[in-house]
Design a protein around this ligand. Structure first.
Ligand SMILES: CCCCCCCCCCCCCCCCCCCCCC(=O)SCCNC(=O)CCNC(=O)[C@H](O)C(C)(C)COP(=O)(O)OP(=O)(O)OC[C@H]1O[C@@H](n2cnc3c(N)ncnc32)[C@H](O)[C@@H]1OP(=O)(O)O
Ligand SMILES: Cc1cc2nc3c(=O)[nH]c(=O)nc-3n(C[C@H](O)[C@H](O)[C@H](O)COP(=O)(O)OP(=O)(O)OC[C@H]3O[C@@H](n4cnc5c(N)ncnc54)[C@H](O)[C@@H]3O)c2cc1C
Length: 664
């Protein structure tokens, strides 16, 4: 029946003001109103329909994405949307497209690494989409090891040009999104060679295609790298391959904020650190952390609503069966994910602040917080994307068989999301960057240099190495100080243990390679501490709305107690807690699940997702799952006729043969 809210009883159980929670989730009233308005605008526009997306063959799928992306641009112009509104619109259109890389990497690369003059020349063209750009860094042979890239940019003083060349097969650019079929330009990362000397990697703006007929320019070979994981999903993107055969570009298309090549071919290093070349990656990693909460909350919203609709077992006297959300095992799998979505939201907000702060400092030539910003963006990108990808898959399982249907929305969400564990830095490689930062911090502890920011706890290393938890009863685990100390002590002890083991090696790099798995675990402990601390700090703010703060306290408790339970080995092994205290933490966790249960549906309603955005029958706002699943099945192309194509060719002869055999 249309119009009935099957989840109405669940919504009545809420013990908090959902509208106020929507504002907390969005970050501010302004953000909430913006998201609400733009998501509805997209949902109500048939031009953005997602109908049948997973059924389309690649060429049609891709063409459909081009249509949608350009239609989105048309709407942005017609409605005179601001940059902020336009970004929201692209987000709610919810289909990976070349525009993600144009706005998300090409433009930021020019902004971060171009001189003022270069920005003045290129940005207006890019802002009006008169040129379309991508970010061409990764090659067939090297992705993680940026220093190992092979494409060359050799300066020719005769003509005042760089010659861009792909000397080997493995130097072919491979993966850049938007490159395969759309981009007219790229920021290409190549080894800068001048006067016969290799100065390492730099960025260059290179035109790839004609602005008239879109044909590749002479010396440029470019195409798509082929079908990727999942139906629909990231196949809307033209990840590309690119080779250069001595392609010439003017000298002033080298991005020259970090270093320059003069007319005479002299290489000049600015006084900014070379790591700024990696600045676009820092920026994008920060956005990926915010995006993790979007993707996870979306999966959790689907799984939570469906868990309240779905019933299995336990009918008494002919009454209804039990809602699967009431099983403690379901809660133990689902509620920590719900809590993680909120935790990642808040740490994402904080990281955005950190990024803005470091950007302002860099502009004033203060580079002091760059290493911390790198460690935080790398570590949190790794932590949140791993947890989100695993979480989406868990949500699919939480929906039983129906979760495996594309109409649940979960398979496509997983397929689109899972490469986030790899792109913008493989998650293990990034954890090892955090570990290097931690080892450096530990090694400098005696030097008088005071650790600050997220690493400030290392300044209390003597206390953290010997303190013990004073938890005596389950509810003591609700004390923020008890929790923060537990996570600090665990992180500090794991780092110090790694540093002690490293010191046994004569060659530190050999030691680092041998101990890499332990180092990555120490990095995880440090990053989890950041997320827990930022959630607790959020709760210390003034949060209006009846019951809102209390719900957030429950979610925060679930987030850290679940981590504590999952990583019990670390907490016990480093000697900070006893097995009795671990068991009390688990008792408290179960109690929090019971407190969360009546609020579960309203906590996912607070994400304020439209049915268009969720694109999931299991996650429908009204919970009207079964009739809609039944209806959707009949829309499958296989059901267009009673007799399948191929019946006469394959099945009929088989059946005839069986008849003959039976007669024998
Ligand atoms: C149903 C649903 C349907 C639809 C749903 C749709 C929606 C669903 C949602 C979907 C979501 C879509 C949204 C997002 C869009 C994104 C698109 C994807 C874009 C992806 C783009 C890319 O994928 S683009 C390539 C990225 N490729 C990397 O990421 C390489 C990693 N590899 C390195 O990054 C370096 O190679 C590595 C390892 C550091 C070594 O660097 P290295 O060789 O230089 O060596 P070292 O380690 O020695 O580093 C030397 C010193 O530099 C310091 N340092 C290093 N990095 C630094 C830095 N960044 N900043 C400052 N400092 C840094 C370090 O700390 C050392 O410092 P010190 O010397 O003081 O110790
Ligand atoms: C969907 C998608 C979109 C992308 N978009 C772009 C784009 O727009 N532009 C662009 O330039 N690139 C893009 N990339 C490329 C991406 O950035 C790289 O794939 C990524 O950086 C990982 O590098 P890799 O492929 O070389 O992995 P590898 O480094 O080869 O990783 C393979 C394995 O080796 C391990 N490993 C590697 N090094 C170490 C180490 N030092 N210690 C321990 N383990 C190690 C890794 O953990 C991993 O398990 C994209 C990739 C994908 C999947």
């Amino acid at each position: 029946m249309e119009g009935v809210d099957y989840l109405a009883d669940e919504r009545k159980k809420a013990e908090f003001d959902v509208n106020e929670m929507k504002i907390v989730w969005a970050g501010s009233r302004h953000n909430f109103e913006l998201s609400d308005r733009i998501s509805k605008l997209v949902a109500n526009d048939p031009g953005f329909s997602k109908e049948g997306r997973t059924m389309l063959p690649r060429k049609e799928l891709f063409k459909n994405t081009l249509r949608k992306a350009t239609y989105a641009w048309k709407r942005i112009i017609e409605l005179r949307l601001s940059e902020e509104e336009a970004a929201k619109l692209r987000h709610f259109v919810d289909e990976p497209a070349f525009t993600d890389l144009h706005w998300g990497m090409f433009i930021p690369a020019i902004k971060g690494q171009g001189t003022d003059e270069q920005q003045k020349k290129w940005l207006p063209l890019a802002y009006k989409m008169q040129i379309i750009g991508c970010y061409a860094q990764t090659e067939l042979g090297h992705g993680s090891n940026v220093q190992g890239l092979e494409t060359t940019a050799t300066f020719d003083p005769q003509t005042d040009e760089f010659v861009i060349h792909s000397p080997t097969l493995t130097s072919s650019k491979w993966w850049p999104g938007g490159l395969g079929k759309v981009s007219t330009h790229a920021v290409v990362y190549a080894r800068l060679i001048t006067n016969g000397k290799d100065y390492g990697i730099n960025g260059f703006i290179v035109q790839l295609r004609s602005l008239e007929d879109h044909k590749p320019l002479p010396g440029v070979t470019v195409g798509d790298i082929g079908l990727k994981f999942g139906n629909g999903a990231y196949n809307t993107m033209d990840n590309g391959v690119l080779r250069f055969d001595h392609v010439r570009i003017p000298r002033d298309q080298m991005l020259m904020r970090v270093s320059q090549v003069t007319r005479e071919g002299k290489y000049v290093q600015s006084d900014v650190p070379r790591q700024l070349l990696y600045g676009t990656m820092v920026y994008v990693r920060q956005t990926i952390v915010s995006d993790a909460s979007n993707a996870l909350s979306r999966a959790v919203c689907i799984a939570t609503r469906y868990s309240a609709v779905r019933r299995q077992f336990g009918s008494q006297n002919g009454g209804q069966e039990i809602q699967v959300i009431d099983y403690k095992t379901q809660q133990n799998r689902l509620f920590p994910l719900l809590a993680s979505a909120y935790a990642f939201r808040f740490v994402g907000e904080w990281l955005k602040w950190l990024y803005t702060d470091v950007t302002q400092r860099l502009q004033a030539n203060d580079f002091s917080t760059l290493p911390e910003a790198h460690a935080c963006t790398a570590g949190l990108k790794s932590l949140t994307t791993t947890a989100t990808a695993d979480g989406i898959e868990e949500c699919r399982k939480l929906c039983g068989g129906h979760g495996y249907l594309c109409s649940s929305g979960l398979p496509e969400l997983f397929a689109v999301y899972v490469p986030a564990c790899t792109y913008e830095g493989d998650n293990t490689v990034l954890l090892l960057q955090v570990a290097r930062f931690l080892m450096k911090t530990v090694s400098q502890l005696g030097s008088g240099k005071k650790p600050v920011g997220t690493i400030a706890y290392m300044g209390r290393i003597e206390h953290l190495m010997q303190c013990r938890s004073d938890v005596k009863q389950a509810k003591d685990w609700l004390k923020p100080s008890a929790v923060v100390e537990a996570f600090e002590a665990r992180a500090a002890r794991m780092s110090v243990a790694c540093a002690q083991n490293l010191s046994k090696f004569d060659n530190p790099e050999e030691g680092f390679a041998e101990l890499a798995a332990d180092l990555a675990e120490a990095a995880v402990a440090h990053c989890q501490l950041i997320v827990v601390s930022k959630f607790i700090e959020k709760l210390q703010q003034d949060i209006p709305g009846e019951g809102v703060k209390q719900q957030l306290e429950v979610l925060c408790g679930i987030y850290y107690l679940f981590l504590l339970h999952k990583h019990q080995g670390d907490f016990l092994g480093t000697g900070y807690i006893t097995s009795k205290q671990a068991s009390l933490a688990n008792d408290q966790l179960r109690a929090l699940y019971s407190q969360l249960r009546p609020n579960a549906i309203s906590l996912v309603d607070a994400f304020n997702y439209t049915d268009h955005f969720l694109d999931s029958i299991l996650g429908r706002y009204d919970g009207n799952v079964y009739p809609k699943l039944y209806e959707a099945a009949w829309k499958d192309p296989l059901n267009q006729s009673d007799i399948a194509d191929g019946f006469h060719e394959y099945i009929r002869p088989l059946l005839k043969q069986q008849l003959r055999t039976a007669r024998l």
